[in-house]
Write a protein that binds this ligand. Structure first.
Ligand SMILES: Nc1ncnc2c1ncn2[C@@H]1O[C@H](COP(=O)(O)OP(=O)(O)OP(=O)(O)O)[C@@H](O)[C@H]1O
Length: 242
């Protein structure tokens, strides 16, 4: 790698049968920055995140990690983190912490869950479950964090808290890549934004650079750039002829 980058995808293509989910995508995630992947449903954000996280192999192209030696180079938050409902929050954190010799109390404190350590995971709110997912991703202090829609379905206050945590993690030096549909949060938090449409990168830049394209907020640039999910056909109302 020539410039400083913790994680880089180069010319990544990923197909599923005859569907091309990603086509020759190249992006880099530098340390200390938040890179946001945005795009319509089905544009390939999760697929790219999973390829970056090493959970899916690219059909073509490469993913390279270059960073400090770490017990775990990359932490991953899935779109819908699930845990054993009968375990307490503390037991769950301890399970993940033990794998990488981390401190479960510290993990919970970093996401604000210290006060519900004895609550069963099955009794946590959706927002708390997401925070526990972030705590799990942080175990072992991985230099790179890949977070799939970390605040989707959360109320505005909880969403703000999650993005404050994302911001703080980048300030600590983590390279953070997030997927999101929350464009105002992306504008506030991301250092760079990568816009995907139908598996291709159609624009990339700082939020300010992308805003300049239309002069309006990020969502105006977004709608001017992207199509939509290519696999959704026109909706037919009841009684309408096929
Ligand atoms: N395991 C899979 N098998 C077959 N097709 C898949 C698989 N995973 C993803 N796809 C397809 O790849 C395309 C991209 O999906 P992906 O989940 O990456 O999009 P996305 O941008 O994350 O969407 P959303 O915003 O709705 O989460 C979609 O057409 C999807 O149906």
């Amino acid at each position: 790698m020539t410039d400083e980058s913790s994680l880089r995808a180069t010319d990544v293509t990923r197909t599923f049968g005859d569907l091309t989910a990603l086509s020759e995508v190249s992006i880099s995630i530098p340390p200390g920055e938040v890179v946001a992947l945005i795009g319509p449903n089905g544009s390939g954000k999760t697929t790219l995140l999973r390829v970056l996280a090493g959970l899916l192999s690219p059909t073509e192209g490469t993913v390279d990690y270059e960073g400090p030696d770490a017990v775990r180079p990359l932490g991953y938050l899935p779109q819908e983190p699930t845990f054993r409902p009968g375990f307490t929050t503390r037991e769950t954190a301890a399970f993940y912490a033990r794998l990488v010799d981390d401190d479960p109390t510290d993990l919970l404190d970093r996401v604000g869950l210290g006060g519900v350590a004895d609550r069963r995971v099955g009794a946590l709110s959706g927002g708390m479950t997401r925070l526990l997912g972030i705590a799990q991703a942080l175990a072992g202090a991985p230099p790179v964090l890949a977070l799939d829609e970390p605040a989707s379905g959360l109320d505005p206050g909880m969403s703000e808290l999650v993005y404050d945590i994302v911001d703080a993690l980048a300030e600590e030096g983590h390279a953070v890549v997030v997927t999101s549909h929350d464009l105002p949060a992306v504008e506030r938090t991301a250092d760079r934004v990568v816009v995907l449409d139908r598996g291709e990168v159609v624009a990339e830049g700082t939020p300010a650079e992308l805003r300049e394209r239309t002069g309006g907020p990020l969502h105006e640039t977004f709608t001017s750039l992207v199509g939509g999910d290519q696999d959704i056909v026109a909706v037919r109302t009841r009684g309408q002829a096929e």
